[in-house]
Design a protein around this ligand. Structure first.
Ligand SMILES: Cc1cc2nc3c(=O)[nH]c(=O)nc-3n(C[C@H](O)[C@H](O)[C@H](O)COP(=O)(O)OP(=O)(O)OC[C@H]3O[C@@H](n4cnc5c(N)ncnc54)[C@H](O)[C@@H]3O)c2cc1C
Length: 479
């Protein structure tokens, strides 16, 4: 039987992609290769140079010190430029989403580090119990301080700012449900630090407090905003400084088991620039994972999202917004950040395309716009924000990004079932910013120290298991 070349149908990253605003100031490492040729062997191979892959490299090489002579050789291969996937196309909001309408609300995109508190908790309580839900909330909550700490320690300039973030409601029924879910969580007494930080405002004051027109209720809570590409490149440069061999423009096309020189088993990874053999692999391949690990097909699903950069006419000043936003419109969940220069990053636009599967589901094309959404953000600020009516705000640039949605709505982290030495951290949906940093810290402890998943800080529901791979659960359309 002839071999079938199915590489065209597998979800690999496209060669070219629409440049997002976050990649408007490129770092010297953007297309860097530490060595002219790809090393033929290494101890740990990281596949994917986004948030997850870069965080893995940083934690492995810049974390605990190694005894002399014990530092592993670590290679990172990235199909395109460093940080050119979802991480450079998002909203960079770091707040845990606490929206009971988890049906719509697992996304908080656009430069946001926004832990999800009330959004996911009711769903998690129902599915996994209060203790697990509280654990997830706490885990996300810790990200703001953990990211602030590494930025300070490494002196990375990335516009990091702790903000209040608003979740604004325009539908009274949704607002009431949200408020009731919050009150219920409060009465349960779980995730106290996160819940106590939330402030609910009723309709009479909601528009005044949030600055959002027609707002009938809003939450405010703690989050952070940042320039994700700059943070990642700052971390990457530290890892390269500690010996990471970075190989950009090096797509991996397949993995195979092979015998090493001493008879032990190793992994052979075929790339566009030749093979590389590794004892351990970290798959940080997000929505593209199933191209290399077919068992994740229909489990981690590539899903397109859209975001844009809105600016004002030269010489005019933007009204300062009181925080960042998650915006609940009928059937929509938009997310918005104001940049230090007053310009806006906003994404979402789901009602324009979500009913048309081919526009987003199992689609890795970030080289074209999601057509039905292309004009959704025109006059967005004028329509929705008090004081912006005559601002002249307009879409300066707009782009597509590929997320990794999950069939059961949860990231997949840990040792790949049945593949010794292979580790995965992927499928973070539209909500990776307040999850990935500490997930990768734990995952690298598994890789480096042989810790079991259960010995790490990662919430147990994120563990990648055979049962989850075999499950027929389908929550895709509710992410
Ligand atoms: C429009 C949009 C807005 C978003 N906004 C937010 C937000 O505000 N807040 C939030 O929390 N999250 C947001 N997200 C989600 C967040 O960006 C992701 O969860 C996070 O960036 C995922 O990081 P990652 O490293 O797993 O994936 P990526 O950044 O996608 O990195 C994966 C990398 O792997 C590489 N790769 C894949 N396959 C191969 C291969 N075979 N060989 C070599 N390299 C390979 C890819 O090229 C890519 O660079 C948003 C996402 C999008 C698309």
């Amino acid at each position: 039987m002839e071999d079938v070349d199915d590489s065209d149908t597998k979800p690999f990253p496209t060669k070219t992609s629409i440049p997002p605003f976050w990649r408007s100031e490129l770092d010297p490492l953007d297309e860097y290769r530490s060595t002219e040729s790809l090393p033929t062997t290494c101890d740990v191979l990281i596949i994917g140079g986004g948030y997850a892959g870069i965080a893995a490299a940083y934690h492995l090489l810049c974390g605990d010190k190694y005894e002399p002579g014990t530092k592993p050789s670590v290679v990172l291969v990235e199909a395109r430029q460093a940080c050119s996937g979802a991480t450079a196309r998002n909203g960079s909001n770091t707040q845990p989403p606490f929206d009971l309408l988890s049906v719509l609300i697992s996304c908080d995109l656009g430069g946001h580090l926004k832990p999800s508190v009330y959004g996911r908790l009711p769903d998690y309580i129902e599915r996994f119990g209060s203790a697990t839900a509280a654990n997830v909330a706490d885990f996300e909550w810790k990200h703001i301080d953990a990211i602030a700490e590494v930025i300070k320690k490494e002196g990375i300039e990335c516009d990091f700012e702790i903000v209040r973030t608003f979740n604004v409601y325009t539908d009274r029924e949704q607002a009431l449900k949200a408020k009731n879910a919050y009150l219920k969580l409060k009465s349960l007494g779980i995730a106290k630090e996160t819940i106590n930080d939330l402030v609910w405002t009723d309709e009479d004051k909601a528009q005044e407090v949030s600055g959002f027109k027609d707002c009938v209720g809003c939450f405010a809570s703690r989050a952070a905003t940042l320039w994700p590409y700059k943070l990642m490149m700052g971390l990457l440069s530290k890892a390269v400084g500690q010996g990471l061999n970075l190989q950009t423009n090096t797509p991996a096309s397949s993995i195979d088991r092979e015998l090493g020189p001493n008879g032990g088993k190793r992994w052979k990874v075929t790339t566009a620039r030749g093979p590389i053999s590794a004892s351990k692999i970290i798959f940080a391949t997000n929505g593209y994972t199933s191209a290399l690990l077919p068992e994740y097909e229909n489990k981690i699903i590539p899903a397109r999202g859209i975001a844009c950069h809105i600016t004002l006419p030269p010489g005019t000043e933007a009204p300062k917004l009181p925080g960042s936003y998650g915006i609940l419109l009928p059937r929509a969940w938009d997310y918005l950040n104001q940049r230090p220069d007053g310009s806006i990053i906003v994404g979402g636009a789901r009602p324009t395309f979500f009913a048309q599967d081919s526009e987003w589901k199992n689609n890795v094309d970030d080289n074209t716009l999601i057509d039905p959404a292309a004009h959704y953000f025109d006059t967005y600020m004028q329509r929705h924000f008090v004081g912006w009516e005559n601002s002249g705000a307009h879409v300066e640039s707009i782009w597509t990004g590929i997320m990794g949605y999950n069939s059961d709505g949860l990231p997949r982290v840990g040792q790949v079932p049945g593949r010794e030495g292979c580790f995965i951290a992927a499928g973070f949906g539209g909500h990776g910013m307040p999850v990935i940093w500490l997930v990768m810290k734990s995952l690298t402890e598994m890789v480096r120290y042989g810790k079991k998943f259960e010995q790490t800080a990662v919430p147990n529901i994120y563990k990648t298991t055979k049962e989850r791979l075999e499950s027929t659960e389908d929550r895709l359309n509710s992410q």
